[in-house]
Design a protein around this ligand. Structure first.
Ligand SMILES: [Zn+2]
Length: 428
């Protein structure tokens, strides 16, 4: 709450506003955590019960039933500087690091940060002067895309780190903005917001290029970037044709739960070639393959990295590169299809859509901290309780969260983060 109060109120005369900025932001957060899907659905819920007064209690004031109209929230979101919410995300990351909650998810002592571009909105007509556009068969489509850097973990918890919107400068411009250009800006932003954060940066084949490698080296970051056959031909040419003559390899037999009650065995093999030379620098290539008992290939990928693979780190190094898909799967897909309705414009004017996007990142993280932390066990005083056993799915949790705020007066002192509950995360 202190964090929300620290946000600079963009409205002309904040003191004259009935609803302080922390109330407005809490309202947006509840809408997104509760997966309400639209401002209209929020308005409906606000008309029904105690959500308005519970919001006042959440921000530490007792103004009774006076509820804020979602349009008022939206107007504040239109003028709020998104940089204010970036500060909020920085505070969250520092807090999580301070409590050492993320320590078990590091590789080589560094957190794993995946970088990925995503299309947020597509329009048939131009939406604003910053839209990027593409013309195909005489038809022009307009987009807003975002480049996201998120901390990824094997358990599926995703922590928002920093973002850069892919958008054109005011006309006239020579070339449109693009993912790689946004990546240069995002790199600078991460260095500025988190100057001492050591990371492993993981990304798809787009990032297999000289400048990404050089800047990662400069920052003291590790990189593990997908290497496709066609991307860096001079590197691929240095790879031995037969797997047996690579610099090293290692195979382990792994027991995987197969969804239901059955289990299966797979063979997991890593191979590495070290060194490979690229633009006068020394890097390494590692690949990972999984096959079933019959020898059918289940998974294959190859990465270029500045971490020297050894017999001891090879599996972990390859799995680090592999974590990249989490940003697509558990990050973006969940936000588009998992009830958070990212494609739905909660508000398209001014800064609103950027601010809702940032709040959405925080909402998903908060919900996932409940899903993956030990809050449910503590709240039910049952050490065997699990999120799945209690709520079955996130959609149910979101619905019950809203119902709870509508029908009851919860004891907010018992919320995670108030000191009584610690978020402990770990492998299940
Ligand atoms: Zn636009």
């Amino acid at each position: 709450m202190t964090w929300l109060k620290a946000i600079r109120d963009p409205r002309r005369d904040p003191a004259a506003c009935t609803f302080p900025i922390e109330y407005v932001l809490m309202m947006a957060l509840i809408m997104l955590c509760g997966q309400l899907g639209s401002r209209r659905a929020l308005a409906r819920q606000l008309g029904l019960g105690r959500i308005g007064s519970n919001l006042w209690r959440l921000v530490g004031k007792a103004y009774g039933d006076l509820g804020c109209h979602p349009d008022t929230m939206n107007r504040a979101m239109e003028v709020l500087d998104p940089a204010e919410l970036e500060k909020l995300m920085v505070a969250v990351v520092y807090q999580l690091r301070k409590t050492r909650a993320l320590d078990t998810f590091r590789f080589d002592g560094k957190l794993i940060v995946a970088v990925d571009g995503t299309k947020m909105f597509t329009f048939k007509k131009v939406h604003c002067e910053h839209c990027t556009h593409q013309t195909k068969d005489g038809k022009t489509t307009y987009f807003h895309c975002v480049l996201a850097a998120k901390i990824v973990t094997p358990i599926g918890l995703i922590i928002p780190l920093a973002f850069e919107f892919i958008e054109n400068p005011p006309a006239p411009y020579d070339k449109q903005d693009c993912e790689l250009k946004a990546w240069r800006r995002l790199y600078d932003k991460i260095r500025r917001l988190f100057p001492r954060l050591p990371i492993n940066v993981v990304g798809d084949g787009l990032y297999a290029e000289e400048q990404t490698f050089a800047t990662a080296d400069q920052a003291g970051w590790n990189f593990v970037i997908t290497l496709t056959d066609d991307k860096l031909p001079s590197v691929t040419a240095q790879l031995p044709p037969k797997s047996a003559s690579w610099s090293g390899h290692r195979t382990e037999r792994v027991h995987l739960p197969d969804g239901g009650k059955t289990h299966r065995w797979i063979d997991r093999t890593v191979r590495w070639k070290t060194p490979v030379h690229y633009h006068g620098q020394i890097y390494h290539v590692i690949e990972l393959e999984e096959t079933d008992e019959k020898g059918n290939r289940l998974y294959y990928n190859r990465w270029i990295t500045n971490v020297k693979p050894t017999f001891h780190n090879a599996f972990e190094l390859a799995q680090t590169g592999r974590l990249r898909w989490k940003i697509e799967n558990e990050g973006t897909n969940t936000q588009k299809n998992g009830g958070y309705e990212m494609g739905h414009a909660y508000g398209r004017k001014g800064n609103a859509w950027k601010n809702y996007y940032y709040m959405l990142q925080l909402a998903q993280m908060l919900n996932d901290l409940v899903r993956l932390g030990d809050y449910i066990k503590k709240a039910t005083a049952d050490p065997t309780a699990s999120f799945t056993a209690v709520f079955a799915a996130m959609e149910t949790f979101a619905m019950m969260l809203i119902a709870h705020l509508r029908e009851t007066e919860p004891d907010f002192d018992l919320l995670p983060g108030s000191g009584r509950f610690q978020i402990r995360l770990g492998f299940p």
